[in-house]
Design a protein around this ligand. Structure first.
Ligand code: FA5
Length: 334
């Protein structure tokens, strides 16, 4: 049978050799656990002569206390070493430069559409939504197109099904609004605006795309004239491009206006065409039961892409569709 001294010596050695708190825990169980060496010693008390029992018991208890203290000391040592190792392993150099966050930004067309919307809303127009997939009769029929107008040719638009196409112009909202007026869902005067995608079967080049955006606005009230049109367009252009900008009209033809004009803004010493406009054709107003003796209206429409192209000097419209970050990151974060 091992002596108390032997057991103590072995235990001391095992404690010193333990390299982790979990190893130390195993050693502790081996010596101080219920079935450990010290408990086994205590069980021998009964086999000793009675006079030796108290002294033996004291020695075993002293040995237990000594070991308990050693375990506690060693545990503290090992815990500190483990913490130090973890700190080393998980070390964080707070002086390293961080990973820059890339702030989200709005697409230049979105920025432009928001500005257009704010400007026209400020001028009293109510924005409505239309349909990208539109009925032929709204895109053309309601807009006074003659039966054989070339724009209605399948070559210029994306026909989806008989009677349906991808709208070629946001002006297609007019017929729908006039029908709402006829049904009593709206009242005169009307001041309506719309922004949306338009689609044309066209070759893509630096200034044309098969998919682009337009904004349209129209107004119907008593005594609306070209002067109102020019006033509103001038204010709109000045809100978009600066207070120096002037607006020029030149005669142009669109089936749904009479007179019809194209309008340009003064820009860097010259004139830049932005879109079409005019007084809503009386045929259209009459068709929807509006008394043309009393009421008249103007309408204008322009391409959205044109605006940031002018403003930021972008020379190719395709850049807006390509989602190249090197391009998009040059626009302001809002
Ligand atoms: C129209 O679409 C008429 N609806 C405008 C209008 C509205 C006239 C109300 C009168 C009254 P136009 O086809 O010219 O007109 O197009 C207007 C603008 O849309 C053009 O000036 C141009 O800026 C833009 N646009 C037209 N086609 C394309 C295209 N393929 N790619 C990019 N922009 C285009």
């Amino acid at each position: 049978m091992k002596s108390i001294q032997q057991i103590l010596a072995e235990a001391e050695q095992a404690i010193a050799q333990a390299t982790s708190t979990s190893e130390l825990q195993e050693v502790e169980t081996r010596y101080l656990g219920k079935k450990g060496a010290i408990s086994q010693l205590l069980r021998q008390v009964g086999s000793l002569p009675p006079e030796e029992r108290p002294a033996f018991g004291q020695q075993v208890n002293a040995a237990r206390e000594q070991l308990e203290q050693r375990f506690a000391e060693r545990r503290t040592e090992l815990e500190q070493a483990e913490i130090a190792r973890r700190i080393e392993a998980e070390r964080l150099d707070v002086t390293l430069p961080g990973t820059p966050l890339r702030p989200a930004r709005l697409h230049p067309l979105t920025l432009t559409m928001r500005r257009v919307k704010a400007a026209l809303t400020g001028l009293g127009f109510e924005f409505v939504d239309g349909y990208d997939l539109e009925e032929f009769r709204y895109n053309f029929g309601a807009l006074n197109y003659p039966e054989d107008h070339p724009a209605m040719d399948e070559q210029n638009s994306f026909h989806i099904a008989p009677g349906y196409l991808m709208r070629t112009q946001t002006t297609s909202i007019q017929g729908r609004i006039f029908e709402q007026l006829q049904r009593g869902e709206r009242q005169l005067p009307l001041r309506i605006a719309i922004i949306g995608r338009c689609y044309r079967y066209e070759n893509v080049d630096a200034t044309h795309s098969h998919t682009f955006h337009q904004v349209d606005a129209f107004m119907v009230d008593e005594g609306v004239s070209m002067a109102h049109l020019k006033g509103v367009l001038t204010q709109f252009a000045q809100l978009m491009f600066g207070s120096e900008v002037r607006v020029r009209f030149r005669p142009d033809f669109f089936p749904f206006v009479e007179p019809g004009v194209d309008f340009a803004i003064s820009w860097k010493g010259g004139w830049l065409e932005l879109g079409g406009a005019g007084l809503i054709h009386p045929n259209i107003l009459e068709r929807y039961g509006i008394d043309t003796e009393r009421y008249s209206g103007f309408a204008f429409g322009l391409g959205i892409e044109r605006i940031p192209m002018l403003q930021y000097g972008v020379d190719d419209l395709r850049l807006f569709l390509e989602n190249d970050l090197r391009f998009l990151e040059q626009f302001p974060i809002l």
